[in-house]
Design a protein around this ligand. Structure first.
Ligand code: ADP
Length: 657
């Protein structure tokens, strides 16, 4: 037998959160009711779900509901539900500790801004404690469905350091939370106050929320008449409790869609856009899918947040986070799918490999993509905001959902050489519309920052020819491009990889005369290139005359199928064993540095200069030098060589004394 009465201490975090919460919600105390009702609604959902396989749990009381009450004299507010309830252990685990991994992040993400913080509280699941914002004592009494009346528990706390647990007897199953309201918040102990808060925050809760009706005082009996029998007030439903998604689109206002989103998906902001569909084909289902305005704080963490789709079967809530209903790259979508065909007793296992689920998922993905496509077309500014928040999620699509690759690629936005500043993004269709005469490829470069991409020497020839290049500088880009060969019949070409053939592409300034001149230069430079190659044999796979460079002396080029340098670096740093891929060094024979180099007779100095050339090309590419100290030494030697002191070797000192 468990102890009848126990005094327990809160975990340190609980006390900390309580303090923060009381502080940060001070100006918006009314949300306590939303949080408690939401817990009650979850408890009813859980019971309904468990009762599908174990009808006994409903005992003799199958109508799930939430009752909000108050006692003006005692100064208390109560929220009661006949949901699943909690056992003693569950009370300790759920109410006495904050077992959730998010607690620390929660504490860190509090901003001090009350509106934002109060929304965070919902997101992080510490809702119950909001009761202490208006109450100086909270009592929770509960009995888990299916247990004995004598197994009920009474939890009570003043929210300062700990709580007490007592064993009690309670006939009806479920949970009652009683708030002893602080003096300064006594205005909430009032029928119409509570009524309006329920309407405001909990209208869409799918279980009835009831309040005792307010009866007018009995009329004074007329002379000689018997006084009227006082009426007994009845419970009346306060919320609409309608499954909004079952109504026809044309009957639902934007406001209703938005408030439904905020209540059901627990966001404090309106959604960016939504899509409501009734599908009648092989399978019948309704989906109501929302795109939030803001990405959750952990969207890009490896333990990514659960997906935000609720599964209903014939209006009955089945589960949150129905991950099978949305691919990972659309994990930011929130909302619900309500199936007419699934059995009510579905389990997560059944969902694993289920034709109905697959079909609903395919359909929902199409809906999301077309909703985003139309947002991009009709509201480009809002789409830009969307892209900033969720773009990197969409970039995970080609690996996960090859079937919709092109559809998703249409939604991509990149920086480009077409515009002068970062952040003026372009889509692939717009890029294609601007292609130059003779151009049939989409040129891009990947780098680890906008400026590294925008200043890459590889761009020189493209700028010269007026050819647009997409500047990709997110980590995921290099990986993503591995999945793309083409878009709309145009192949993708990384301008930093492989041979470059720009014959007849872009501005036709590259006339035959210029071309012949270049070829002549390259031929003349052949002995010099051979010399450099001998020196750099260990570090490069080839050295050749460049067709890409106009103003830089040299650049490194990766093989067509090699990974970009900055990515190799990144993986190495993350501890991956990277096979060393040697770059090609391309040199610009018409550059004065190459001319100087050509005149260098001293072999040691020539070797140093050649290495310096490779080093700077690597640096320009966002690569890191294996031998930074060697680079500095060589560079210093070069500085010294610039002194006009005859005792120090100078570059022009080609005549042996
Ligand atoms: P959240 O509801 O976000 O998980 P809370 O702090 O509000 O966080 O509640 C903690 C947990 O306590 C809930 O997850 C639930 O397991 C349990 N709980 C709270 N209220 C109830 C209730 N009315 N009935 C059953 N369980 C409840």
């Amino acid at each position: 037998m468990e102890a009848m009465s126990e005094e327990m201490k809160f975990e340190a975090e609980v006390s900390q959160i309580l303090q923060l919460m009381i502080h940060s919600l001070y100006s918006n105390p009314e949300i306590f009711l939303r949080e408690l009702i939401s817990n009650s609604s979850d408890a009813c959902d859980k019971l309904r779900f468990e009762a599908v396989s174990n009808a006994d749990l409903l005992e003799s009381d199958p109508d799930l509901r939430i009752v909000v009450g108050f006692d003006a004299e005692a100064g208390t507010i109560t929220v009661r539900d006949n949901g699943i309830g909690m056992s003693r252990d569950e009370v300790v685990e759920n109410i006495g500790t904050i077992a959730k991994s998010g607690t620390k992040q929660f504490l860190e993400s509090l901003t001090g801004d009350q509106k934002t913080d109060s929304a965070l509280i919902g997101q992080f699941g510490v809702g119950f404690y909001s009761a202490f914002v208006i109450a100086d004592k909270v009592v929770l009494q509960t009995r888990r469905a299916g247990t004995e009346a004598s197994d009920a528990v009474l939890w009570s706390s003043d929210g300062t350091g700990g709580y007490t647990l007592d064993s009690v007897t309670q006939q009806p199953r479920g949970t009652t939370v009683t708030l002893h309201v602080k003096d300064e918040h006594k205005q909430y102990v009032d029928h119409w106050q509570l009524h309006s808060i329920v309407k405001k925050y909990s209208d869409h809760v799918t279980f009835p929320i009831m309040m005792m009706e307010q009866l007018p005082p009995p009329a004074k009996p007329k002379e000689g008449e018997e006084p009227e029998e006082p009426k007994t007030p009845e419970l009346k439903q306060v919320n609409a409790a309608s499954a909004l998604w079952t109504r026809s689109k044309s009957d639902i206002t934007d406001d209703e869609y938005q408030s439904f989103y905020k209540q059901v998906c627990n966001d404090y902001e309106d959604p960016l856009t939504w899509s409501h569909n009734r599908v009648e084909g092989n399978y019948e289902y309704t989906s109501l899918l929302y795109v939030p305005k803001r990405a959750p704080f952990d969207l890009y963490e490896s333990m990514a947040p659960k997906n935000g789709i609720k599964l209903f079967v014939q209006r009955v809530f089945i589960m949150d986070d129905a991950e099978k209903l949305m691919p990972r790259y659309l994990r930011f979508v929130r909302g619900l799918v309500d199936s007419n065909d699934l059995p009510l007793n579905v389990s997560r296992e059944i969902l694993q490999d289920n034709k109905i689920i697959d079909s609903m998922r395919r359909g929902s993905v199409k809906k999301v993509l077309s909703m985003l496509t139309s947002l991009a077309e009709k509201k480009p500014d809002e789409y830009k905001d969307f892209w900033a928040q969720f773009g990197n999620c969409l970039k995970e699509a080609p690996g996960e959902d090859p079937g919709n690759k092109d559809e998703v690629a249409k939604l991509y936005r990149f920086d480009t050489t077409h515009t002068a500043t970062a952040g003026e993004l372009t889509g692939l269709d717009d890029y294609i519309a601007r292609m130059q005469s003779g151009q049939d490829k989409i040129y891009y470069i990947t780098a680890d920052s906008y400026s590294a991409a925008n200043n890459s020497p590889h761009l020189e020839i493209f700028r010269d020819k007026g050819l647009e290049v997409l500047l990709m500088h997110d980590r995921v880009d290099e990986w993503m491009m591995g999945y793309f060969n083409e878009y709309d019949g145009k192949s993708f070409v990384s301008i930093a990889k492989g041979d470059l053939d720009l014959d007849g592409v872009g501005n036709a300034v590259e006339d035959s005369e210029k071309k012949a001149e270049k070829e002549k230069q390259a031929a003349e430079a052949a002995p010099l290139i051979q010399r450099i190659k001998t020196v750099l044999d260990d570090d490069t796979s080839d050295v050749r005359a460049s067709t890409r460079l106009t103003s830089s002396p040299a650049c490194v080029v990766m093989g067509e199928h090699d990974m970009a340098l900055h990515m190799q670096q990144l993986l190495k740093q993350a501890g991956h064993d990277m096979p060393a891929t040697k770059p090609v060094l391309e040199v610009n024979p018409s550059h004065p540095i190459l001319e100087l180099l050509d005149r260098e007779q001293d072999d040691d100095r020539f070797a140093n200069w050649s290495k310096l050339l490779l080093d700077q090309a690597m640096l320009a590419e966002g690569g890191q030098l294996e031998d930074g100290a060697g680079f500095v030494k060589r560079m210093n030697e070069m500085f010294m060589a610039m002194q006009p002191d005859p005792d120090v070797h100078s570059v022009d000192n080609t005549v042996e004394p």
